[in-house]
Write a protein that binds this ligand. Structure first.
Ligand code: F0G
Length: 468
């Protein structure tokens, strides 16, 4: 496509549509219709970008690379830099905090721990509000502006809320967040307070908050910012583009992500798929999703799929059995009824990846190892390295393959967890089979507690000697 045609296509409201992903429905809706699920069958919606128009044009990869050196705010954003693949006009009122542009680190200690020759960590915790959510909030809040919404709302385990609160403040929109009371890291809650959101602490868990959100969906002045909203996925899919660019367009063998509400895995799946369809890559990385043992509805469903049907779209189940009382110290992914499981499972099956669980102990130790690489992350993110270790043992990942783990949140997102791990006071409160309360201690294999040291040179040198 010539630049002129591309410009016309973009200017005219582009030919992107919202489409139901359910086979046999595939209903189509306009890009400015305020809906979250298919109004015909209730299925999930996805934005369809007319890739054919872009295929015959000049190599976008060069254009994207050049933009990284520009001072235009849209070019400086690691999301809007890829705007040819976003469902917005060129004059959209972009709300950006210069999200994206996150580092891809080599992590030798984590690699060794996981049984790999090398491992790279894509650190989405280096976003403006310190989690991957920002890449989806920039597009969602921009869409909220376009639709003339007065209020943006979300249910959250903490990070979505902090991110939405920040972007809503930038856009001067009212923001209300629904949080499960007492189940959010204080650091995440503090962010939302500072960004000026109306914070509704709900007596219930995340899934209860999500149910309330779907009840609010029919209020026209309210715009929902959870990942059921396909505009969230559009922003988040650009992480796949940025990652591939950082790999010089050499496709990693495996990309591994944590799974909660499943927006992130859905978005990466869509991003890689679009790059394949544009011919920028010639194969897909295997996408694997890791869940915490006590909060693993998709892993349970995946384990029950007949092995012969894995990788076949025909095997796609209609329902997922929710986990009624999810339990995990990785509170970001404490979710029993993930909204975007269908899109996420589709991505896993298409790429021949896996969905598996890791224990609280495995998450905690993997997190400490990521810290020893000088990187650090929040507990949910560490499921990736713990999961990779299990996949290596199961010979689903081979020692010399190229593997990228996506770290979703910053280490300072949950300082109480970090401190308790290193001081030996971390424990999961749970129930026995008879229903009695029980506390399961997590014994930190890589503990690093502060020591009391006398205020003398000798004492300090002695302390150093004891740790040689
Ligand atoms: N990692 C972190 C740090 C998260 O905050 C979340 C989700 C996930 C992983 C899982 O991502 O939901 O796309 O599968 N946090 C949401 C929230 C639910 O409300 O902040 P997902």
């Amino acid at each position: 496509m010539s630049d002129a045609i591309a410009k016309t296509a973009q200017k005219s409201g582009i030919a992107a549509v919202q489409r139901c992903i359910v086979h046999g429905c595939a209903a189509q809706f306009g890009i400015r219709e305020q809906i979250y699920v298919c109004s015909r069958c209730g299925g999930p919606l996805e934005i369809e970008i007319p890739l054919e128009l872009l295929k015959s044009g000049p190599d976008l990869r060069e254009r994207w690379r050049a933009r990284a050196a520009s001072h235009d705010p849209r070019d400086r954003s690691g999301v809007w830099r890829y705007r040819e693949l976003l469902p917005f006009d060129n004059d959209a009122p972009v709300v950006t905090l210069f999200e994206g542009n996150t580092p891809l680190y080599d992590a030798p200690r984590s690699a060794k721990y996981a049984g790999l020759t090398a491992l790279r960590l894509k650190h989405q915790g280096c976003n403006p509000t310190a989690s991957f959510k920002d890449t989806g909030m920039t597009t969602t809040v921009t869409q909220a502006k376009l639709l003339g919404a007065r209020t943006v709302v979300c249910a959250s385990t903490g990070n979505t809320a902090a991110s939405l609160a920040a972007y809503a403040a930038r856009a001067e929109l009212q923001c209300a967040i629904l949080l499960p009371q007492g189940q959010i890291s204080p650091a995440k809650l503090a962010q939302s307070m500072d960004y000026g959101a109306i914070i509704c602490e709900i007596a219930g868990n995340f899934d209860d908050c999500m149910r309330l959100i779907s009840e609010l969906a029919d209020v026209p002045s309210i715009y929902i910012a959870n990942s059921v909203n396909p505009f969230r996925i559009e922003g988040q899919k650009t992480v796949a583009f940025e990652l591939l660019a950082q790999c010089d367009w050499r496709v990693p063998d495996h990309v591994v992500v944590p799974g909660g509400n499943m927006g992130n895995s859905s978005a990466l799946g869509k991003g890689f798929d679009e790059m394949l369809r544009l011919g920028f890559i010639d194969r897909l990385p295997k996408l694997s999703i890791i869940q915490s043992e006590g909060s693993a509805p998709l892993a349970h469903l995946f384990a029950a799929l007949p092995t012969s049907d894995i990788a076949a779209d025909a095997a796609f189940p209609d329902e997922i059995a929710p986990v009624a009382n999810p339990r995990t110290l990785a509170t970001a992914i404490k979710i029993g009824a993930p909204v975007s499981w269908k899109k996420a499972l589709r991505a896993v099956l298409r790429t021949r990846g896996s969905v598996l669980t890791v224990s609280e102990q495995e998450i905690a130790d993997a997190k400490a190892i990521i810290g020893r690489d000088g990187i650090g992350c929040e507990p949910a993110s560490a499921t990736t390295v713990a999961g990779i270790r299990k996949l290596v043992v199961a010979r689903k990942i081979h020692t010399g393959e190229s593997v990228v783990a996506v770290l979703t949140g910053h280490v300072l997102k949950d300082p109480d967890y970090v401190s308790n791990y290193h001081r030996g006071t971390l424990a999961l409160e749970t129930l026995t089979e008879q229903g009695a309360a029980k506390s399961v201690p997590i014994v930190g294999a890589f503990r690093n507690a502060p020591q009391k040291v006398a205020a003398t040179k000798v004492a300090i040198l002695k302390s150093l000697e004891s740790r040689r």
